[in-house]
Unconditional design. Structure first.
Length: 107
């Protein structure tokens, strides 16, 4: 069966093996629509492929950046909690020292 390809089911998906579009007979000669060239289509497909290949990298980079930011925020929160705990401990020690001094002075 030697059937020609249609728009919905092309004979080949490779743009370089596809036939060039012929100008239709209904269009006047020298109309504004230029002849179809496969190089432009191939270039745009290549660029799209390159862009599509870079999308996962960009997503991974954004994900890693978010994880690093989250980890840094968690470390800051942990340092803040530790500093507050140490401050409370120092305040309690200061109160004990004051009480001990007051008791020593009273006797």
């Amino acid at each position: 069966m030697n059937a020609r390809g249609t728009i919905d089911r092309p004979l080949t998906h490779d743009p370089q093996k596809q036939a060039l579009m012929k100008p239709s007979t209904s269009e006047p000669t020298g109309s504004a629509t230029p002849d179809f060239t496969t190089t432009d289509a191939n270039d745009s497909r290549q660029n799209r492929t390159r862009e599509m290949q870079l999308i996962p990298e960009a997503l991974a980079r954004a994900h890693m950046h978010e994880q690093l930011r989250s980890a840094e925020a968690e470390r800051r929160a942990l340092r803040l909690a530790t500093a507050r705990r140490m401050q409370r401990r120092a305040e309690r020690a200061s109160l004990r020292a004051r009480r001990a001094l007051a008791m020593a002075v009273m006797q």
